[in-house]
Design a protein around this ligand. Sequence first.
Ligand SMILES: Cc1cc2nc3c(=O)[nH]c(=O)nc-3n(C[C@H](O)[C@H](O)[C@H](O)COP(=O)(O)OP(=O)(O)OC[C@H]3O[C@@H](n4cnc5c(N)ncnc54)[C@H](O)[C@@H]3O)c2cc1C
Length: 287
Amino acid sequence: MTRISDLLGQGRCFSFEFFPPRTDEAEAQLQRTLLELAPLRPSFVSITYGAGGTTRERTHDLVVDILRSTAMTPMAHLCCAGHREDELRAILGHYRDEGVENILALRGDPPAELNLPPGDFAHAVELVELARELGSFSVGVAAHPEGHPASPDLATDRRHLAAKLTAADFAVTQFFFRLDDYLRLVDDLRGLGVDRPVLPGIMPVTNLSQVTRFAALSGAEFPPELAARLEAVAEDPAEVRRIGVEVASELCRALLEAGAPGLHFYTLNRSPATREIFANLGLSAAR
Ligand SMILES: Cc1cc2nc3c(=O)[nH]c(=O)nc-3n(C[C@H](O)[C@H](O)[C@H](O)COP(=O)(O)OP(=O)(O)OC[C@H]3O[C@@H](n4cnc5c(N)ncnc54)[C@H](O)[C@@H]3O)c2cc1C
């Protein structure tokens, strides 16, 4: 069984996200990471897509390679922004023909310097509908616990998310640092009549400046008390990392205790932080 919606129906899912490498060195790093994380037996692994098609082939090839040559179940991210509908049909058709069963349907934000026309679909929900039409894919969508940064307000964002998630099977969240942001998201969706699984996205802080930059881009607030704690040891990267893993482990434990349907790790193509969190939570032994 490799459809994520089925896996979520059976119990908690633990998943790892990777991006397609650009260089031979990065490729070798990713292959090492895949070997190191495979023993944790992830429910699935997901591969990002460069909005506007910048990683079109690399995402496809990595997804298919994981499907064919590992025991792991891949999920292909796909962004509709900047693509014509016929291109999206072709990409989804290839995945279907290769036997890829899981798609994360996204809008994406193509880099401005590509100067792309907007594409045929304005919102991810239209890509969800296309994936439904073209195959028996299990379809996931993105959720932003603190609201999408471009939304006029949280209530509007939640209404659009509820409609999108109703068309899909499950959601994976943007990373966040406070348990309450996740709980409020799930509560708001329930209030709108949607109880599909929402997998929390976890980004352990292993590098202060990188996470601060990501948080600014994604609309996730970096809590001042965590920032202060990390800045106090900013000269000692090993200590930043140790605190980052400890804080992420606490968040993961609290999420699972609160009933989250699993955890999705943004690995940045590295294994140590994820492995340490698994060990801290006692998940390695249990799986
Ligand atoms: C788990 C996860 C994985 C991601 N993977 C990638 C990746 O691989 N590649 C990449 O480039 N980016 C990725 N992203 C980032 C994502 O592409 C951006 O956050 C993007 O800005 C929004 O994508 P979306 O799918 O949430 O868009 P949408 O659901 O289309 O939402 C975008 C905005 O439009 C609004 N909206 C939605 N529907 C409607 C509607 N019908 N009418 C009016 N407004 C509407 C929403 O409220 C929101 O403000 C990922 C994000 C997450 C959380």
